[in-house]
Design a protein around this ligand. Sequence first.
Ligand SMILES: [Zn+2]
Length: 310
Amino acid sequence: MRLLRPFLRCLPANRLLVVACHRVTPAFDPYDPQTPDAARFARQLDALRGFEVVPLTAGLAALREGKLRRTSVAITFDDGYREQLVVAAPLLAARGYPATVFVSSGFVGGPNMWHDRLLWALREGVAGARLDAVGLPEAVPVALQARRQLAERCTAAVKSLPLLAREQAVALVEAACAAPPAPRLMLDATELRELARRPGIEIGAHTRHHPILAACALEEARAEVSGSRADLEQLLGVPVGLFAYPNGHEGRDFSERDVGLVREAGFSHAFTSDWGAVTPASDALKLPRVSLYRQSALGNALLLAREAWR
Ligand SMILES: [Zn+2]
């Protein structure tokens, strides 16, 4: 990493790499091997050592004014998990790194998000439970790996359903699996306020219920976008000017109509899950992000450097 630093200092000016993170589990979970645990997240943060890590809003302002002297990085989290307070925030604080957390306001205090409910139901459910009610021919298997694969198929099958139909499908799977109650994964109001008070932490909006906006009727999408801003401003007592689109791929998950709703709701900047660096030419309501998907700090530092040059 140290050898890389002179090279990182030569990266182009006026580029902001916005890193998108989600869950950070306390320990490695074989059922959920893709989700970084605390140790892997710490390595992801170590990849940022040679970069200037800036608060997102300040970084965007500096970019607009042409004042980012070299490629900088901002850290974001989506959804509003408790782990972001309990596991991630101390690791950020130890390094003095700021971050922005995009919260789906309808999940504050519970219930868990629909895909986590499916994962839990199929992980902890009764082996042999039938899933005919959601159109899946197989029963819940015994092996953890096979349960995980079934959970992924189940997730893909219900992901793009309208909100109500998706909720019904998840409830059917939960009823069929009869798993014990799941631990609460989402921040509650007290925890969210505590997170917002941590130095360097900023809260953005991420709709109320995390729908695929492109699949929502106009008024439903409008309520999801503007409602999340109103909810969070009421909870936190500060203006919320940043937004991230659920799922976040332009064209597939949100449309120009939804960009218009984000503008109408008064957000100054909105983030997608499309890949790339933010430059002064980027559309403020369709800003790309990157993910640190490599295992090592060096691998992730090189991934960021490549993106800065692209
Ligand atoms: Zn999300």
